[in-house]
Design a binder for this molecule. Structure first.
Ligand code: NAP
Length: 340
């Protein structure tokens, strides 16, 4: 046994609808000794992402559900603090799918572990706009949305890490970028700080009318993050030949039976002229991981790519932060700070 005690958050019960006390529980266990080929990561930052909620259900999707009793899945950035492999050295900074815990024993052959070269970029940005959500926004927009200069791109959850990258990339490509976000403060930020052309507060009412005025030439690319009422309004304004990359639909993630939810596929499928639409997963472009991480990190470093973060302090506050994120209490990328 090593000198370390590991605190982890474990899926104890499958939530029915919104998370309840006792669904996710905190455990403490000693960290065992490393075997040959292993290394020990001390987690510094944990990323909280909407996809984690569907993974708590007992339903098959493109990834397996988290097993009862298992550490909740998630990506982190951490520091190697012990190593029995020449591949990783003490002091290396890595992103890994360690899950919601403070220490993680990784194997040298494990996939999806990447060494980070921060060069002035804050480490946690590699979980946000320069990480998985950033690559999601970039790839979904450019490869599935295929925007052309002069077109109108709409994205909801616009102040979050995916939406932030979608809108700013759309602007770089010469498009009109219109965000949708919850509340006046987020909308102001999306326009004034992120540089979108407009942002509609979907909580204010009159969504369709407001979207119409923000998109006088209709909508060419709708980057789907949320589903529900937002999608229904957008669907009425889609131009002929429009594209809708379906990234996720967070408004349904707390549903008791996600299989019965009206999804964007139902909404678009019912249109006389549906947009070109498909669900995509960021790992489709896993071969571009390093190249895209570099591109986005450079934009962060230069100040070109702006973003915001909501930080919960300590693993003990992760569950509340996660619950809040699904309701929009986060403002920007939701992180948990675990250690320095
Ligand atoms: N396909 C992939 O590979 C992939 C990868 C990463 C992420 N995603 C998806 O991308 C989407 C955005 O992820 P993110 O990490 O950037 O999340 P995020 O924006 O940090 O957090 C989720 C946001 O969704 C908004 N929201 C919640 N309920 C809503 C509702 N009923 N109607 C409208 N908006 C609602 C809230 O923002 P407001 O306060 O503005 O409402 C909330 O802050 C999610 O659907 C996620 O599952 C997909």
């Amino acid at each position: 046994m090593t000198q370390y005690q590991n605190r982890s958050i474990v899926l104890s019960k499958r939530p029915q609808g919104e998370l309840q006390d006792g669904d996710l529980t905190l455990e403490t266990n000693p960290v065992r000794e490393l075997k040959d080929g292993e290394f020990l990561i001390q987690v510094l930052w944990l990323s909280l992402d909407p996809y984690m909620r569907p993974r708590m259900n007992d339903t098959e999707s493109y990834v397996d559900p988290v097993a009862i009793g298992a550490v909740m899945a998630g990506e982190t950035v951490g520091r190697v603090i012990a190593s029995k492999t020449p591949k990783y050295s003490v002091g290396d900074i890595v992103t890994s799918y360690s899950g919601w815990q403070e220490y993680y024993i990784a194997n040298e052959n494990e996939a999806m572990i990447y060494t980070v070269q921060p060069d002035g970029v804050p480490l946690q940005a590699f979980l946000g706009v320069a990480g998985m959500p950033g690559r999601t926004g970039y790839c979904g927009l450019t490869y599935v949305g295929k925007p052309k200069a002069g077109e109108t791109v709409v994205v909801a959850a616009a102040s979050g890490p995916v939406g932030t990258v979608v809108g700013q990339t759309a602007k770089q490509l010469g498009c009109r970028a219109v965000g949708i976000a919850g509340g006046p403060e987020k909308c102001r930020y999306v326009v004034e700080e992120l540089g979108f052309d407009d942002c509609i507060d979907y909580k204010q009412g009159n969504l369709l009318e407001n979207l119409k005025s923000a998109c006088p030439k209709g909508i060419d690319v709708y980057f789907e993050n949320v589903g529900g009422e937002v999608t229904k309004a957008v669907a009425q304004l889609l131009n002929k030949g429009s594209r809708a990359p379906i990234c996720g639909y967070v408004s349904a993630y707390n549903s008791e039976d996600i299989g019965k939810v009206e999804t964007p596929f139902h909404i678009f499928g019912a249109l006389a002229e549906p947009p070109e639409h498909r669900f995509f997963v960021v790992t489709e472009w896993q071969d571009q991981h390093q190249e895209l991480t570099k591109l986005l990190a450079e934009q962060v470093r230069s100040g070109q790519l702006k973003y915001r973060e909501s930080v919960a302090e300590g693993l003990e506050n992760a569950v509340d932060a996660f619950k809040g994120m699904l309701k929009g209490k986060n403002f920007g990328k939701q992180l948990v700070h675990i250690a320095d």
